[in-house]
Design a protein around this ligand. Structure first.
Ligand SMILES: NC(=O)c1ccc[n+]([C@@H]2O[C@H](COP(=O)([O-])OP(=O)(O)OC[C@H]3O[C@@H](n4cnc5c(N)ncnc54)[C@H](O)[C@@H]3O)[C@@H](O)[C@H]2O)c1
Length: 311
């Protein structure tokens, strides 16, 4: 009995790297999988059906069930076609894994407008596009009396949650995806849909673009445990996709190598109240704020930056 027997899943950007490992993992647990991939370059140019076709072959050669889809997640109608492919091929949809992504790193001052827009469009808009069409389907199912037991798994990165120089476009998209996932968890719970995030890692062609020293292999080609296998994150996705993870929703898991953790969300810190001489609530004076917040001056979520500031 597989963890995902009877489930129908979509993995976007599943032709390479992290998504490829997830598609193969979900199929290995019994899910029928739509392998979506546009087959473009790391920076989002071009298209090639081979990427998705290859992963369908890997899954079917192992006895699993999969179909390919080549739509662009950033295209609103293309995203609908991805959802429709699952329903037309396998009769329903239970799991949506949003993984597709591109990278166009530059400092804010050297980044072209097109580089900002493209990365936001593929990651943030692409994730919203598929969530929109899938949630219309799940809401209709619920209203028709077929309450779903469904899961969305979106993909984030430390670049968005902790910050990374040269990735203002990518980091903003990833932080936006984390926030959007929390909102989706609040909106879709009543329709039987959970929404969580995975923060993955590993040597993929995306990482290879910035680092000439690494070897990029497909997840299924690793024969023993390697901390940089991009397929290492997939077990967390399989668990989040499964009914075993109920009622987990609105969470961000990070699984890289053998290291699994749960991100802590933004939350209000220590609170300070301004009062007048009689202790009644009063308006803050700008000059009083500094002395009270002094202890926070060198606190940063990025210890590297904090250390530089202290020097
Ligand atoms: N590799 C890491 O260390 C790492 C770390 C954190 C987050 N991530 C995230 O993991 C995800 C996968 O990245 P990866 O490293 O495996 O990169 P990758 O380039 O190997 O794979 C991304 C895949 O997405 C596909 N794709 C791109 N744009 C698409 C579109 N518009 N529609 C459909 N498919 C599209 C590409 O063709 C490619 O096959 C991304 O969201 C990335 O941001 C990766």
């Amino acid at each position: 009995m597989g963890l995902l027997d009877g489930k129908v899943a979509i993995v976007t950007g599943a032709g390479n790297g992290v998504g490829r490992g997830e598609a193969v993992e979900l199929a290995g647990h019994g899910a029928k999988v739509v392998v979506n991939d546009l087959g473009g370059s790391v920076t989002g140019e071009g298209a090639d059906k081979q990427a998705a076709d290859e992963v369908v072959d890997v899954i079917t050669s192992r006895g699993g069930e999969a179909v390919a889809n080549y739509d662009d997640v950033s295209d609103f109608n293309g995203a609908k076609n991805i959802i429709d492919t699952a329903i037309e091929s396998f009769g329903k949809l239970d799991v949506l894994v949003n993984n597709a992504g591109i990278l166009r790193d530059k400092m804010i001052f050297t980044m072209a407008e097109e580089d900002f827009d493209s990365v936001i469009r593929v990651h943030l808009k692409g994730t919203w596009n598929t969530m929109h069409h899938a949630s219309v389907y799940w809401r209709n199912e619920s209203k028709a009396g077929n309450q779903p037991s469904a899961a969305i798994v979106n993909t984030v990165s430390s670049a968005g949650l902790q910050g990374q120089a040269s990735q203002s476009n990518y980091g903003a998209a990833k932080a936006g995806i984390a926030s959007m996932t929390i909102i989706a968890s609040l909106e879709l719970g009543r329709y039987g849909v959970r929404a969580n995030c995975i923060g993955p890692g590993g040597f993929t062609r995306m990482v290879g673009q910035a680092r000439a020293d690494i070897t990029v292999k497909n997840p299924e080609d690793y024969t023993e445990f390697d901390p940089m296998n991009p397929g290492n994150s997939a077990p967390a996705v399989a668990w989040l996709a499964s009914d075993d993870s109920k009622p987990t929703t609105g969470q961000v898991l990070r699984l890289i190598g053998n290291n699994l953790c749960v991100y802590q969300p933004w939350e209000m810190g220590e609170q300070f109240l301004a009062t007048d001489q009689d202790g009644n609530p009063a308006r803050w004076n700008a000059a009083d704020i500094g002395p009270i917040l002094n202890k926070y001056h060198f606190r940063s979520i990025n210890p590297g930056i904090a250390a530089q500031q202290r020097q």
